[in-house]
Design a protein around this ligand. Structure first.
Ligand code: ZN
Length: 483
């Protein structure tokens, strides 16, 4: 495991009481005792030592690690020690009510230590937009952050991909669902091919622009514009055909594609068939598709559940859980979008014009644990792979993040697998002040969250400081071996 050489100087500074830990009121050493550690090399019962923000030593039960002077010890008997979560897909800032600070707070309380925000590029101002977002991260974030630029104009951005990768941004996003995609398909294919050659992973929102826009238009004309018609106004067919194209684009260019928020069985089968042929097709799904179905649109509060794509059927949900268990779905991204309840319930919304997305950072991991691990659908190791290790590998963060190993960042969660809580609006740390899952009983919660060695959440409170999060260094994309 590689350690930066400047650490040697830092170790001396810490010994003199000048370390960063002292400055922030944190002990210079942290020992987690007697936990069940879901580590890179397998599950270990024992102690874990953290020094200078990194995992320093892992000792199996029986070889009790001696504490240095001033060390803080945390008893994790009966608890799990997991890698901090990595959410590959969030939307913070802009017109939404969560910024990097409130988004980080919700994430850390939910056991997520790295969040991945999208940055909209204006024209060819790539370096400027990334620098501006980085400055915001450095003043507002508590969690660590990676950034995905959203590409609207392929021709303008393609020549800048090498510079983007060199500055540590090794992913980008394209919305197939926007009419601008179909206006320049050759341009986007060049972008995809160049991204692949440059070591950049292309994330694709797979819904067909023409099917989505004309179907919604027809529903409005026919007087079926109300939100209860939304699942039919934005059909699975739109996702299916775009997923087929995404796979073909990957095959035509040899470039990897990452399909965001895949929602349906039909689309999953297309991705699985591509994977079976060895194509680099990676699949993310989103918590709402795992925990909710389209019947939610029958209620008066349908607006709360608006997302793109819509909620699907029970059969789709079962297929997604099955894909997670079989490893054909690789990651879970919250697609966290923060609107207030009033905004989400705005009665003027239609199948065509509405506020899509909901806040989910705080409860994503607990709900996946509760409905996935507790029910036996997935193992705790799969839970860790889906929510930490796989995103770390796909987005160039591994082995510094996404895993528990000596030399890795000490991004950790002490997790109580037996703690049962009911999700409540008043506990929401998102500025939205509510959760669409309020009232749901969930078993398995973070007790302590540690980001680069600093305790940033404990006793139900986020203790990390805004501005202590940072842009995480990333490698270029290369074919990963996923768990
Ligand atoms: Zn999104």
């Amino acid at each position: 495991m590689i350690r930066p050489t400047h650490l040697r100087a830092l170790v001396i500074a810490v010994a003199l009481g000048l370390g960063t830990g002292v400055a922030t009121g944190q002990p210079t050493e942290l020992i987690i005792r007697n936990g069940t550690i879901i580590a890179d090399e397998g599950t270990v019962r024992g102690d874990l030592r953290i020094r200078n923000g990194l995992i320093d030593e892992i000792g199996e039960i029986g070889e009790r690690l001696a504490a240095g002077s001033g060390a803080r010890e945390i008893d994790a008997d009966g608890l799990l020690v997991l890698p901090g979560g990595i959410d590959p897909h969030v939307h913070l800032g802009g017109n939404w009510v969560d910024d990097y600070t409130s988004g980080s707070a919700a994430a850390l309380a939910g056991g997520i230590t790295t969040i991945s925000n999208f940055v909209t590029l204006r024209g060819d101002q790539v370096a400027e937009a990334m620098a501006q977002a980085t400055a915001q991260v450095e003043t507002e974030a508590i969690a660590d952050v990676i950034l995905h630029p959203i590409i609207g104009d392929a021709a303008l951005v393609t020549p800048q991909l090498e510079a983007l990768a060199r500055s540590g941004h090794t992913s980008l996003k394209v919305f197939m669902v926007r009419p601008s995609f179909d206006r320049d398909v050759p341009g986007f294919l060049n972008l995809l091919a160049t991204a692949g050659d440059t070591g950049i992973l292309t994330m694709l929102h797979c819904e067909d622009a023409a099917i989505v826009s004309t179907t919604a238009e027809r529903f409005i004309t026919e007087g079926r514009g109300a939100l209860r018609f939304y699942p039919d106004a934005r059909p699975v067919l739109a996702e299916l055909v775009a997923t087929q194209r995404a796979v073909a684009f990957s095959e035509a260019t040899g470039a990897p594609v990452y399909l965001v928020h895949l929602s349906s069985e039909h689309a999953l089968r297309v991705a699985e068939e591509a994977q079976a042929r060895g194509l680099p097709v990676y699949v993310e799904t989103r918590p709402i598709y795992l925990h909710l179905t389209r019947e939610r649109f029958d209620g008066l509060d349908a607006g709360l559940f608006m997302g793109q794509p819509p909620l699907r059927t029970q059969q789709d949900q079962d297929a997604l859980w099955d894909g997670i268990a079989r490893g054909t779905i690789h990651t879970i991204g919250t697609d966290h979008v923060a609107y207030t309840r009033e905004q989400k319930l705005d009665p003027t919304q239609t199948v065509q014009r509405h506020r899509a997305g909901m806040n989910n950072l705080q409860v994503m991991r607990p709900m996946l644990y509760s409905d996935g691990v507790r029910t036996g659908r997935i193992t705790v190791e799969q839970f860790v792979a889906l929510t930490a290790t796989n995103p770390a590998k796909l987005f160039g963060l591994y082995p510094a993040k996404g895993t528990i190993a000596v030399g890795a960042d000490a991004d950790l969660v002490i997790w109580d697998p037996d703690e049962t809580r009911t999700i409540r609006d008043e506990d929401a740390l998102s500025n939205t002040g509510f959760s669409i899952h309020a009232g749901r009983e969930v078993t398995g919660w973070p007790i302590v969250t540690i980001r680069r060695g600093e305790v940033v959440y404990e006793n139900g409170r986020v203790t990390g400081r805004a501005g202590s999060g940072r842009l995480a260094p990333r490698r270029r994309w290369k074919p990963p071996i996923l768990n």
